[in-house]
Ligand binder design. Sequence first.
Ligand code: DGL
Length: 183
Amino acid sequence: SKPVLGIFDSGVGGFSVYKKIKEVSTANCVYYGDCARAPYGNREESEIQSFIKDDITFLKDEGVTHFVNACNSMSVVTTDTLLKECKVDSAKYTDMIRAFDAHASFGVEDKVLVMATVATIRSGIYQEVLSAKGVAVFEYVYKDLAGLIETNAKQEDILTLIEEGMKYAVEVSATHIVYGCTH
Ligand code: DGL
């Protein structure tokens, strides 16, 4: 059957990933956001994993053959075992953390601040991947940011929240920020 690329997220955030893929490829794409249950980022790991199964089942029913998981909160809890349970060939799957690990590089003096949802920071995966790249790592949780974006909150409220995190970036003299969230 014809390859169909399924790009998915808890909601609207992963649309940035969809747009980028459309820019650089001619792949036949389907975008799916689970807006009814977004955001995922404050949920327990097991609940996010069961949502991933639902999302992948939905995409398969739509004829999707290849997967890009555009949600960091999902990516960090997507194990190879989970992919096997979903009968997804890992060669036909990528996500934010797998792509980041494969492509991001830093200098040894760099201080990298990871900013992400509760689930993503709690998993410690970005911190692990960055430490393995030899840099100093800092972390910051944006607990309500995805929710505000998902509910179309006022721009000024969103900016106020973002600013808090930026103050922390200055405080730790971060040389790089990894915004580990598509929202
Ligand atoms: N877009 C998701 C991510 O990249 C976060 C939104 C959520 O909490 O569901 O982590």
